[in-house]
Design a protein around this ligand. Sequence first.
Ligand code: CP
Length: 303
Amino acid sequence: MKHFLNLIDFTADELSALLTEAARLKAAQARRIPATSLSGRVVGLVFEKPSLRTRVSFESGVAQLGGTALYLPGNEVGLGWRETLADFARTVSNFVDALVLRVYKHETLDALAAHGTIPIINGLSDWSHPCQGLADVMTIQELFGTVQGKTVAFVGDGNNVARSLAVGLGRLGGRLVLACPEGYGFDDKFREQYTARVGPDFPKEVRDPRAAVRTADVIYTDVWTSMGQEAEREERLRRFAGFQVNAKLLSAAPAHCKVLHCLPAHRGEEVTDDVMDGPACAAFQQAGNRLHAQKAVLEALLK
Ligand code: CP
């Protein structure tokens, strides 16, 4: 394992190994067993966009493993505009042992991985959110004992989070059904990549969220307007109006169905308070699993 840029780069066995280690780390942390696997290591965190979960879980995770996390605001390091990406990558490779980055453009990560000599971890790009996807499948495994055979109805935009989750599920024997308005589904680039590298069973896309959730083990939603799409907000609110995850939609799902959300939630838009605060919601367990999943990734990259 050299970098952690997309879940599609990992086999089912590799993802399963990460999940096993994440579960071990979670149990060890619960028992306050000290860890030293990142002792003497420094992990840089570069963020071009805001974050709560990704930044804090990485900073805490590095500290819990005995390493040091160094927060580097995107507007200070100036990726690609203060100096070239190649020069940044070559320079920072001398100072830190790995970099976590949240970037506008996925190509930034590819360039840093190509020019640097340290592991690059994708903390969210416009293309994918593999740290989130790994925590998502970890949570599904915890909730149901396995990902195999489980169906996730993703009610929302076919975005970076949906792509990573679709790949994680596809690799581990689950499946994603996407319920979205026309024009907001997965694009041809993702379809080609998925069918070439995961398999022919590309996620089904439906327009009726009630049909999508009828046999779902999990209903998953995300904000309708992601960071960087603010100019589309009014149009998106209008187009996604019938795709809210609320008590009525949840009542159309099987009784055992759980609700996940990568957070932050826009309560009253894509999800209602009663669902977020109700017994089916496992979004905060899911958020907590970001910590453990990412610690497993850090160990795999830096061992
Ligand atoms: N889900 C997620 O990545 O949260 P943050 O944007 O707060 O990091």
